[in-house]
Design a protein around this ligand. Structure first.
Ligand SMILES: [Zn+2]
Length: 538
């Protein structure tokens, strides 16, 4: 929508917004890029301007019953970090191929939602945005710089976020993440800071936030970058939060727990909860943090819960397809908790699922495999690149003169890949897993590079393309098995690919069509029956 049209809608709707303010409750007074109201009059204006708004969702509270208005009392926003079309479909292909043995996909629950949108993700500085700016777009409806959390592009103006606005309406608020709880994506739903790296400052805003439930990973840099500040955990507790950090304590949380933080008892890389592919049988999963959140937040005034699966992104940065696929499946397991909740609360629940941006330039199809794919080959990968990196470190520490030959049995166990010299390479059933001479040479080079102390590794254009800063062995192994499966990667960073938006439940129809990530904020406000009083077009 052009700014001109936006401004026109703003002026057409303003007096109605003012007169309906009492009916609609929460209102937003800030710069905004889109005007939404709850009136039939502006519905037609919005419709003629090409928005997806429907008259049904726009009529006022006193005109129709709640059921007809379909204003959700419970709103879930699931964000798969780094998850775009290919990450989702790779999981569907993997599940389908592995169970069907033919060209067939198995649908994930959220891809079957009745309303689908297509969302652009660029920020004010890049078409390949970061998680801070994209989460800010979703939570606050503004474009900002990469790295900025909850502030406009001037890095000063502090817009009210969806969580702050809905909290004012009496809804309870939950924030879940599989990565650290003060990482960029969750941070944008409760804090406003110039840099996503201001972890301690974000943790302080977490402590004083109005969020009722935090769940998932730990607090990154809880005593500050130089470890000299008061521990953030104690400050969070002093501000009234109960911190539950055992399985028993977490699973016992409920609606009488007050403000609480379910902190994963088991932490993997950078204070995150373990990758699904690495998780132990007793480890709590993303779904556990979602379902605990439902227990804590359930109340007569409703709730809004943002639930992020942050390690889809991390696995894509590392170009690890199997770990990515398992994370997406794990993400859908968490979404199932919301779907089950919606079945008990029909017409009152809205479930939204999207990505914040694409990561890795993942694609189905690779140069050397042409029109073929073989996703079933991924099934022999038993651990993530992170767990494999730990194995590499352990083996190097145990024997500084460790050779590639020493690694080959481990590689066969963990990735299924077989060296050309291995006697098993001659077994016909293993043919697909045998590394070609080209692939094996790449592994030899990567091994030689990995054995060098990090400061002695070459920093050439070639090594940055080959390894992207990751351990050369593990990233080469994931590339080899991914490419054999017919999966390609073009980047170790985020890309400009749009993301899909999936919606089901009350007011889901607002989320159909193609729009920008900043529009998601306004659509959520509209769904919740709130008004956005735009003063200027962004
Ligand atoms: Zn992200």
């Amino acid at each position: 929508m052009s700014n001109t049209i936006r401004k026109r809608i703003v002026s057409a709707g303003l007096f109605l917004v003012m007169s309906l303010g009492l009916l609609n409750g929460c209102s937003l007074t800030q710069n905004s890029s889109e005007q939404t109201t709850s009136t039939g009059t502006t519905a037609s204006a919005a419709a003629s301007a090409g928005t997806t708004a429907t008259t049904d969702a726009m009529v006022t509270a006193d005109a129709v019953s709640n059921e007809e208005m379909k204003t959700p009392k419970y709103i879930f926003l699931f964000i798969g970090d780094g998850m775009s079309y290919v990450q989702t479909n790779a999981a569907q292909v993997y599940l389908g191929n592995n169970t069907e043995g033919e060209i067939a996909t198995e649908s994930l629950n959220f891809t079957q939602f009745p309303v689908i949108g297509n969302v652009t993700t660029y920020d004010s500085t890049s078409f390949c945005p970061d998680s801070a700016s994209t989460a800010t777009a979703l939570s606050c409806g503004v474009k900002t710089h990469s790295g900025v959390v909850g502030l406009e592009a001037d890095k000063m103006t502090q817009p009210e976020s969806i969580t702050e606005l809905l909290k004012q309406e009496g809804m309870k608020i939950g924030v879940v993440s599989t990565v650290t709880i003060n990482h960029a994506t969750p941070a944008a739903f409760y804090s406003h800071v110039i840099s996503r790296n201001d972890y301690y400052q974000i943790a302080m805003q977490m402590a004083t936030s109005d969020v009722d439930y935090f769940g998932g990973g730990s607090v990154n840099k809880s005593t500050g970058s130089d470890k000299s500040y008061t521990d953030a955990y104690s400050i969070i507790e002093n501000k009234g939060y109960t911190i539950a950090d055992t399985n028993e304590e977490i699973l016992a949380l409920g609606s009488s727990s007050g403000k609480c933080y379910a902190l994963s008892p088991v932490l993997q890389d950078s204070g995150s909860i373990p990758y699904a592919i690495d998780a132990g049988a007793d480890d709590l999963t993303f779904a556990d943090y979602v379902s605990t959140g439902i227990e804590v937040l359930d109340n007569d005034n409703g709730f809004f819960m943002m639930c992020e699966s942050g390690k889809i992104d991390w696995a894509c940065h590392a170009n690890d397809a199997m770990t990515t696929i398992q994370e997406v499946i794990d993400f859908s397991d968490g979404i199932q908790c919301a779907i089950d909740f919606a079945a008990e609360h029909p017409d009152e629940t809205l479930i939204l699922v999207t990505g914040d941006h694409e990561t890795g330039g993942m694609t189905i199809g690779y140069a050397s495999t042409g029109y073929d794919t073989a996703f079933d080959l991924l099934g022999k990968q038993t651990m993530s690149y992170v767990a494999f990196d730990e194995l590499v470190v352990e083996m190097k520490e145990a024997n500084p003169d460790v050779t590639l030959a020493d690694f080959l049995p481990v590689i066969k166990d963990t990735f299924g890949l077989i060296a050309p010299s291995d006697p098993d390479a001659a077994v016909e059933a293993n043919a697909d897993y045998v590394m070609t001479e080209y692939e094996y040479e790449k592994l030899e080079n990567a091994f030689a590079e990995s054995m060098l102390p990090e400061e002695e590794r070459s920093e050439t254009e070639e090594t940055s393309v080959l390894y992207g800063g990751y351990d050369p062995i593990s990233v080469t192994l994931t590339h080899i098995i991914n490419n054999k499966a017919g999966i390609g990667w073009t980047s170790y960073s985020h890309t400009g690919t749009p993301v899909a938006f999936y919606a089901m439940g009350a007011s889901a129809e607002l989320f159909a069509g193609t729009y920008d990530n900043t529009d998601v904020f306004y659509k959520m406000l509209e769904a919740a029956g709130c008004t956005a009083e735009a003063t200027t077009a962004a």
